[in-house]
Design a protein around this ligand. Structure first.
Ligand SMILES: *[C@@H]1O[C@H](CO)[C@@H](O)[C@H](O)[C@H]1NC(C)=O
Ligand SMILES: *[C@@H]1O[C@H](CO)[C@@H](O)[C@H](O)[C@H]1NC(C)=O
Ligand SMILES: *[C@@H]1O[C@H](CO)[C@@H](O)[C@H](O)[C@H]1NC(C)=O
Ligand SMILES: *[C@@H]1O[C@H](CO)[C@@H](O)[C@H](O)[C@H]1NC(C)=O
Ligand SMILES: *[C@@H]1O[C@H](CO)[C@@H](O)[C@H](O)[C@H]1NC(C)=O
Ligand SMILES: *[C@@H]1O[C@H](CO)[C@@H](O)[C@H](O)[C@H]1NC(C)=O
Ligand SMILES: *[C@@H]1O[C@H](CO)[C@@H](O)[C@H](O)[C@H]1NC(C)=O
Ligand SMILES: *[C@@H]1O[C@H](CO)[C@@H](O)[C@H](O)[C@H]1NC(C)=O
Length: 353
């Protein structure tokens, strides 16, 4: 064997060594304890429907998907998942959780999806989301939230989808979604929102879908939608609107937005009909139903036609008056000029009497 050959074979060995160590560590993982049904290849632990009132203590550290749904958990303590730091998906739905401690999910830096739906959460602390810097999907649907505080979602820098549907949310604080410029979808349907104030949606420049259906909204501040420059779908079905302002939707500075406005308490007076007509003529806005508030020709008496006629009559009257005034003024001037002419002429020529 030449020197070079020897060197290459040694190098091969160096390459193989880490591989051997890796295989050994995996085979050692066979010897884990698991309080649930654990699956090594899938890196999953199924602890659902097990009547747990506390978190199971023994779980393999390689677990990436942990299902703890349908148990009887009531609180999540700080660093509760510190032995399973590689979690990517965590199901905690259908428990009795009412408290998430500060740092409850601390160190779960790979977690992408967290399901907390159907629990009893009525408020969130600022620290509950500490360390969830990769989280993309968060569901808090069917809980007991009554307001959204500006401190609730401060650590969720990668969140894309937030489900808050079926709570009892009445108030949304200023900048409640403050730092979440990555958000693409918010579900707020089936809550108790009545008014949307300016400033609550600031910074949400990537938001594409906003579902606000099945609330009791009757007012939108004129500028509230203007920060949503990517909004493609706005669902306002089944709310309590009686009227809306044209500017509220015109201020949506988007490429194209579908707006759902059905099943409200529209008071279809002429002003509102005009608003809907104008909205339907804005190229970038697509109303699901342009006829919501526009009377069809078959309807016997359209009060807005009467109104239009009145406006027309007034306009014509004004125009006639103005024209008449101008004509009169012209005539007067002409007469004066003639008089002046005549006087000047009579001064030049001696009177022929
Ligand atoms: C497996 O775990 C048990 C108890 O934790 C321990 O006694 C045993 O030595 C381990 N076996 C191997 C092969 O690591
Ligand atoms: C769950 O545990 C409670 C006691 O903590 C017990 O009364 C109940 O029967 C258990 N339910 C099931 C389905 O095992
Ligand atoms: C949940 O735990 C409580 C006690 O903490 C118990 O009274 C209740 O029966 C449990 N519920 C279920 C569905 O097991
Ligand atoms: C939410 O809270 C109210 C009162 O605060 C209570 O009546 C209701 O049962 C709670 N809902 C849930 C799902 O816990
Ligand atoms: C937000 O919630 C925290 C903790 O729940 C509370 O101390 C604070 O007063 C709330 N802020 C507002 C503006 O409601
Ligand atoms: C909240 O809205 C639900 C429907 O989404 C309704 O049943 C409930 O009565 C409302 N609660 C209040 C306090 O208005
Ligand atoms: C909004 O939520 C309602 C009620 O959950 C649902 O029926 C509707 O399809 C949703 N809208 C969109 C645009 O996804
Ligand atoms: C939605 O609105 C329509 C029309 O007002 C009404 O018939 C329907 O019951 C509403 N749906 C719910 C679930 O409230």
């Amino acid at each position: 064997m030449t020197d070079t050959k020897l060197r290459t074979s040694r190098m091969h060995l160096l390459f193989i060594l880490p591989l051997v160590l890796e295989v050994q560590s995996i085979s050692m993982n066979h010897n884990f304890t698991c309080d649930c049904s654990c699956h090594m290849e899938l890196k999953s632990a199924d602890c659902a429907n097990s009547n747990f009132t506390r978190l199971p203590i023994a779980l393999p550290p390689f677990t990436e998907q942990l299902d703890l749904s349908c148990n009887n958990l009531s609180t999540i303590q700080p660093r509760a998942f510190q032995t399973t730091r590689r979690l990517r998906v965590l199901f905690l739905n259908d428990n009795a959780i009412y408290m998430l401690a500060d740092g409850a999910f601390y160190l779960l830096e790979d977690l992408l999806r967290l399901d907390l739906s159907r629990n009893r959460i009525s408020s969130l602390s600022e620290g509950f989301s500490q360390g969830l810097s990769s989280l993309r999907d968060l569901s808090l649907a069917e809980n007991n939230l009554t307001s959204l505080n500006s401190s609730y979602f401060v650590h969720l820098d990668a969140l894309q989808r937030l489900d808050l549907s079926h709570n009892s949310i009445e108030t949304i604080g200023m900048r409640a979604f403050g730092s979440m410029s990555t958000l693409r979808q918010i579900k707020l349907d089936w809550n108790n929102i009545t008014v949307l104030k300016n400033g609550i949606f600031s910074m949400l420049r990537n938001l594409e879908v906003l579902n606000l259906s099945f609330n009791q909204i009757y007012r939108l501040d004129v500028g509230v939608l203007s920060p949503l420059t990517s909004l493609a779908l706005l669902d306002l079905n089944n709310n309590s609107f009686t009227t809306i302002e044209f500017m509220t939707f015109l201020s949506l500075n988007t490429y194209s937005t579908h707006i759902l406005l059905q099943n409200n308490n529209w008071e279809c007076v002429c002003d509102l009909q005009r608003v809907f007509r104008k909205l339907c003529n804005v190229k970038r806005l697509f109303l699901d139903d342009c006829e919501i508030c526009i009377q069809k020709p078959s309807d016997e008496l359209d009060p807005c036609i009467g109104e239009m006629v009145t406006v027309l009559v007034i306009t014509i009257t004004v125009i006639i008056t103005v024209v008449a005034a101008i004509v009169m003024a012209e005539k007067k001037r002409g007469k004066k000029n003639k008089e002046k002419h005549w006087t000047e002429a009579s001064e030049l020529m001696p009177a022929n009497e």
